[in-house]
Every structure is written in structure tokens, then in C-alpha cells.
Design a protein around this ligand. Structure first.
Ligand code: NAD
Length: 337
């Protein structure tokens, strides 16, 4: 049953000023829900479609009580996060802030007796010892244990997964947990230090193209591998996971493994150019990581649909327009083409 044919659900999206939260709000609105967004800030690149948008600091318990009041569903996305450059250099800040946000949001939702609660975890929960090769085995959900996440960011995600599961067992909360694998797309952070690899590569290629330098920097040897999932698939998957009765952690991502060097070539192709790569020292994260989607297909009867080429082409167009604007080369609309 689609949401529009059901009673109009009241939903809160925390982190609605961020990349995934902003897209999720738009999707839930299109599906007919009443949506409250909550964040420290409004979305940076386009106005939110939310019916109500609260600017609140969700590290604070009272703010979480207000955020989760009178709603059926909670999509808990708020987190202090960024790409490898940020995650590998802010362990204490990330662990403190995210533990406070996650614990207070979950407990406030319990106090408010919300219907369903979806927590957005990460592929960063998987142990470092399974991710030492570029040609890595795709990670199954049960591979998270014995635990050894690389960074504080991943430890917090894993602990909050456990907290959600215990709240389900001990207090009867209706919990969902997804582990995202590198989500990318337009309207995401593309500069300033928190951007992730696809956005950073799009920006570097756009700068190389628009300034006619044709050279980009890559952190490390560029042979580190990942899988990347387009934003439309991510928010479609989130809604499906919420509608499913499945309670245990579920990977949500693509399972096509690609090196950062090849990803850079795909971005350059989208820009209609060939780039020279200069390899420089920089944080690279684990050596290789891929998603095993067997359980996703089994539980949802669905898997991400948008090809990497198509997703990169759409993302590149949006970021090139931002770069052109920042270089003073043209006035552009922020809308997604
Ligand atoms: P994002 O940084 O764009 O969005 C997170 C939002 O949370 C931001 O708008 C931020 O302002 C908000 N926030 C931070 N601290 C807050 C606070 N104290 N109170 C209220 N709001 C606060 O990140 P995103 O890419 O949209 O990620 C959304 C969720 O998905 C996060 O939980 C993230 O850890 C998880 N995730 C994302 C990816 C990815 O590839 N983007 C991968 C794995 C997991």
C-alpha cells in the first residue's frame, strides 16, 4: 500500500538540513506524508519541502523530545560526519556528538511512544581486518562481528545499532537499521572539507576543466576500492526498509566495486575530458570495501537501480555548475537538472 492511500503518516527526519535527509524529506512529501525536518541548519542548496522545520541541537535531550513528539515514524539521520578527511581527524568530537545525538533521539522517541524508528548506520561499522585488500569480499551484515571498526565514527554507529536492538528487545520499540555504503548525488556537500570522494572528484575535475589545467590530485595511489550508491536509490531504499518488517541491520548500497582511479576516470568522462592524476599523501580509509546485497534483495525484493555512470553524470553536472559559480564564470540555478 502506498503512503498516499494509507492514513497520512506523520514523520520526522532528523538531519533534514543535510544531504540524504533533504532528499528523503522531498520523497516522503511526494508520497503524501506530513513531514517535520530537524537539523542545526537549513539545507544549503535548496529550500526544504518539510511541513515544519525545527532548528535544534539534537545533542540536547529536550530538543529530541520536541523533535520526536506526535509522529508515527522517525528517520534518524542527524550525525556529525563527513568524508575520510574529516572522519579520520575528529575522533573525539564525532564520538561525543554522535553518541549524544543518537542516544537522546532514540530515548526521546521511546518516551514519545513513536511507531517506527529507523536508524541510519554505515559501512564504517565493518572490521578493518576484512578490508585490507582492494579485491575485497563483499561484506555481509554478520561480518560486523568480531568488531573492529577503523574509526570512532564507525564505533559509534555500531554501539547505536546495539542500543537500537536493545530498545527493541527491552522496550518493544519497532526498530529498523540500515548501513549505507557511500551515498552520492546532487545537493550534497562538495567543498569545505566534509565532502566525500565522489563529490570531491567532481569538484576537482570541474576545476581542472574550467581552469584548463587538466590535472587533479588523488589521495594515495588511487587503487583503494569502494562501491557507490546514487541518492535516489538510497531514499527509495529507506522508505522500503521502513515499510518492511525486517528489524536487523541491512546493507543499503550498490555492489559494484570500483577503484578511486577508475571513479576519477568516470567523472572525467562525464566532463568530456581526460585528466592527469597526481597522487599525493592523504587519508584513504580502508583498502577495499564492497556491499553484499543478498539480504537486501531477499528482504525487499529490490536493489538499487541507477548505474554509476548515470549517477556520476547527474552529480557532475550539478557540481560543475557550483564550481563555475564559485569561480565567477556564470550565474546558475541550484535546481537539479
Ligand atoms: P550530512 O552531514 O549531509 O547530514 C547530517 C546532518 O546532521 C547535517 O545537516 C548536520 O547539520 C546534522 N547535524 C549534525 N549535528 C547535529 C545536531 N547536534 N543536531 C541536529 N542536527 C545535527 O550527512 P548525510 O550524508 O546526509 O548522512 C546522513 C546520515 O547517513 C548520517 O547519520 C550519516 O552518518 C549516515 N551515512 C551517510 C553516508 C553517506 O555516504 N552519505 C554513509 C554512511 C552513513
Amino acid at each position: 500500500m502506498t503512503m498516499s492511500s494509507a492514513r497520512r503518516r506523520r514523520v520526522v527526519v532528523t538531519g533534514a538540513g543535510g544531504f540524504i535527509g533533504h532528499h528523503l524529506v522531498s520523497r516522503l512529501k511526494r508520497q503524501g506524508a506530513w513531514v517535520r525536518g530537524v537539523d542545526l541548519k537549513y539545507p544549503e542548496y535548496a529550500p526544504s519541502d518539510a511541513d515544519e522545520f525545527l532548528i535544534r541541537d539534537l545533542r540536547r535531550w529536550e530538543a529530541c523530545l520536541e523533535a520526536t513528539a506526535r509522529v508515527d515514524d522517525v528517520y534518524a539521520l542527524a550525525a556529525d560526519m563527513g568524508g575520510m578527511g574529516f572522519i579520520s581527524n575528529h575522533h573525539a568530537e564525532i564520538l561525543r556528538n554522535n553518541l549524544l545525538i543518537s542516544t537522546h533521539t532514540l530515548d526521546a522517541a521511546r518516551q514519545n511512544a513513536v511507531g517506527r524508528y529507523l536508524y541510519t548506520s554505515s559501512a564504517c561499522v565493518y572490521p578493518e581486518y576484512l578490508q585490507t585488500n582492494t579485491d575485497v569480499e563483499p561484506l555481509k551484515e554478520e561480518d560486523a562481528y568480531p568488531a573492529q571498526p577503523q574509526d570512532a565514527y564507525g564505533w559509534e554507529k555500531l554501539i547505536t545499532e546495539r542500543l537500537c536492538l536493545h530498545y527493541g528487545d527491552d522496550y518493544g520499540m519497532d526498530i529498523r537499521i540500515v548501513r549505507f555504503h557511500n551515498i552520492f548525488g546532487p545537493l550534497g556537500t562538495w567543498d569545505g572539507g566534509r565532502e566525500k570522494a565522489p563529490a570531491a572528484l567532481c569538484r576537482k575535475v570541474a576545476v581542472a576543466k574550467l581552469t584548463e589545467t587538466n590535472e587533479i590530485e588523488i589521495w594515495g595511489d588511487g587503487e583503494q576500492t569502494r562501491s557507490f550508491c546514487y541518492i535516489d536509490d538510497c531514499v527509495a531504499g529507506l522508505e522500503r526498509v521502513m515499510a518492511s518488517p525486517y528489524r536487523d541491520p541491512l546493507n543499503l548500497g550498490q555492489d559494484r566495486l570500483i577503484s578511486i582511479n577508475t571513479l576519477a576516470d568516470l567523472v572525467a568522462q562525464a566532463a568530456g575530458m581526460v585528466v592527469t592524476k597526481r597522487h599525493v599523501p592523504g587519508p584513504q580509509g580502508v583498502r577495499g570495501r564492497n556491499s553484499n546485497n543478498d539480504r537486501l534483495r531477499q528482504v525487499l525484493g529490490w536493489q538499487p537501480q541507477v548505474s554509476l555512470e548515470e549517477g556520476i553524470a547527474r552529480t557532475y553536472r550539478w557540481i560543475e555548475a557550483r564550481v563555475a559559480e564559485s569561480l565567477g564564470l556564470r550565474e546558475v540555478e541550484h535546481a537539479v537538472a
